[in-house]
Design a protein around this ligand. Structure first.
Ligand code: GCU
Length: 127
C-alpha cells in the first residue's frame, strides 16, 4: 500500500508550537517542541489492516545533540526513537521505527525525553 503522510502541524500538540520559519518542511510548517521534557506530538493514523507498520518521522535538528523521543502507540510506550543532528534547522531528515497497529484508528505519540525537547517535527508517514 502507499504510505500515508500525516503532517505534524495537523496533529495534537502539547508544549510545542507550530512554526514555519525554517524552509524545507512538508505541508505548511512543523512543530517546535518546547525545550523541556514531556511535550508531545500525537497523530491519529489509520491502518487498513492490523499488523506491523513502519513509522517514518520527518524532522530537523539544528543542534549537535540527539533529541530522542519516547514513542507510544495506542497508549503503550514502545521505545525511544533517536533524532540525531541534521546540523542546521533547514535540513530535514527521517527517523524510523516499527510498531504494531490496529485496524482502523491508532494514536502515535512522540514525547520529548530530554530538557532540550524534541526535534522540529515535520510529519509522520505510515507504511
Ligand atoms: C531554535 C530554532 C527552533 C528550534 C529551537 C530548539 O530556536 O529556531 O526552530 O525548535 O531552536 O532548540 O528546539
Amino acid at each position: 500500500p502507499q504510505p500515508s503522510r500525516y503532517e505534524a502541524e495537523d496533529a495534537v500538540v502539547a508544549n510545542g508550537v507550530v512554526e514555519s520559519n525554517h524552509p524545507g518542511f512538508s505541508g505548511t510548517g512543523f512543530v517546535n517542541y518546547d525545550n523541556a521534557v514531556g511535550g508531545y506530538v500525537e497523530w491519529t493514523v489509520n491502518a487498513a489492516a492490523a499488523g506491523q507498520a513502519t513509522l517514518t518521522f520527518g524532522y530537523a535538528n539544528g543542534t549537535p545533540d540527539n533529541r530522542p523521543v519516547a514513542l507510544s502507540v495506542n497508549g503503550t510506550t514502545l521505545a525511544n526513537v533517536d533524532f540525531p543532528s541534521t546540523n542546521v534547522w533547514t535540513t530535514y531528515a527521517t527517523a524510523t521505527a516499527t510498531a504494531t497497529l490496529n485496524a482502523g484508528s491508532n494514536t502515535v505519540r512522540a514525547t520529548a525525553t530530554t530538557a532540550n525537547g524534541g526535534p522540529n517535527a515535520d510529519y509522520l508517514e505510515v507504511s
